[in-house]
Design a binder for this molecule. Structure first.
Ligand code: GLA
Length: 390
């Protein structure tokens, strides 16, 4: 088991629900290396699963309800079987697991009795490392296994995404749940978010570490701003449709897009689309360069990704920009960018082994001086997707 002793989790479970059998599951958070805000446009992403994430302990009962508790948050809920498809109040963490249970029912898979569930997460909240996807996927994996519903992991990921849409109000793409379900140790997933075809690409980088920097910026993923970006991308497709038969921005090449740029009346919509089409190209280029061993080029594409997210997509903000700026000043940094939805959250940087300590010290100090916030750094280990642990 990863980070937390099985024993502590079990003790807490027994204290809450009584002694007896219990099963444990884990699903990771993710870090995206490149391909940001492309997933809901049918484009490519390149995320990897982390070794921190969310644990779910579960015991099926004869009760006509599910009980939910967490070691991170006080709120507990007891939800009757006939209320599992109804969202709880906005902001209640139990929306994520209940929203996931609801997806089984929507697929015609019913619960004849309930279960007791205890959650523990060690993905730093609000860090943009997909703590919510980890919670959805771990719930889906646990329920699917315990009730022997027999669904595949990609279906479980899709159900997690739906839970996010319907119970959290974020119209997210599939990247986070897919990475949390399908991750493999030491691999990043090159995923086509339109077809869900994917390739596991080895990322054991010789002499290089993936360093995550949590800005600890108070913004969390703002569903309003996120959904606004999703809507702007749809508006861009509508603008382009008279000239090019497309349903998503992934269906137009960067070249064709540039030839049609003057068709946009709305400059903001144009810039949003420009980010998406160029980011999709950067992502395919980056994977090709990585496979060819051109890590410096991969780093340059990461930098290009951040710059486009800053100028055209406008999802970075002062904290992410400051951290990336400071990171790029360090000798031995190959590339640095924001990762995840943005508006606060984390950066991801490729850093040569010998520069990692200096990176953490100097970026940490300069970031703190400039923003007044205390950042956190993690050297990422790439772990396995959702699975049973005991
Ligand atoms: C969030 C969403 C993902 C994806 C990223 C941006 O993490 O949940 O679906 O859109 O933002 O790439």
């Amino acid at each position: 088991m990863y980070d937390m002793e099985t024993k502590t989790l079990k003790e807490k479970f027994f204290a809450l629900y009584g002694e007896g059998d219990v099963a444990g599951y884990f699903s990771p958070g993710r870090v995206n290396l490149i391909g940001e805000h492309t997933d809901y446009n049918g484009g490519f992403v390149f995320p990897c699963a982390l070794t921190f994430g969310t644990y779910c302990l579960i015991r099926k009962t004869e009760n006509p309800f599910f009980r939910f508790a967490s070691m991170n948050i006080e709120t507990r809920e007891q939800i009757p079987l006939d209320r599992l498809t109804t969202p709880l109040a906005k902001g209640n963490w139990v929306n994520y697991p209940v929203g996931t249970l609801a997806q089984f029912i929507k697929r015609g898979l019913h619960f004849s009795s309930g279960a007791d569930i205890l959650i523990y997460g060690n993905v730093p909240g609000g860090a943009g490392l997909s703590s919510s996807a980890a919670l959805e996927v771990v719930t889906a994996v646990a329920i699917n296994d315990q009730y022997q519903f027999g669904l595949g992991k990609i279906d479980l990921a899709l159900m997690g995404q739906k839970a996010e849409h319907e119970f959290a109000g974020v119209n997210c793409g599939i990247m986070d749940q897919f990475a949390s379900a399908m991750g493999e140790a030491d691999h990043a997933i090159f995923l086509n978010c339109d077809t869900l075809d994917y390739e596991q690409v080895p990322v054991k980088l010789d002499g290089i570490k993936i360093v995550i920097g949590n800005t600890n910026s108070p913004h969390s993923l703002d569903s309003g701003k996120y959904n606004e970006r999703v809507a702007q991308c749809k508006a861009a497709v509508e603008t382009l449709k008279p000239y090019k038969k497309i349903n998503t921005l992934a269906e137009i090449s960067a070249e064709d897009f540039f030839a049609l740029e003057d068709k946009f009346d709305d400059d903001v919509v144009k810039r949003r689309a420009r980010h998406v089409v160029t980011e999709i190209k950067r992502t395919t280029d980056a994977v090709r360069e990585l496979k060819a061993g051109n890590i410096e080029e991969f780093g340059r594409l990461m930098n290009g990704s951040h710059d486009s997210l800053k100028a055209d997509y406008e999802v970075t903000g002062q904290e992410l920009d400051t951290m990336v700026e400071e990171a790029r000043k360090i000798d031995g940094v190959i590339g640095s960018r924001m990762t995840g939805g943005g508006f606060g959250g984390s950066t991801v940087s490729l850093v040569k082994d010998e520069a990692v300590t200096r990176f953490i010290e100097e970026v940490g100090e300069n970031y703190k001086r400039r923003t007044g916030l205390q950042p956190q750094f993690y050297v990422a280990e790439i772990g396995q997707g959702g699975h049973r642990i005991f």
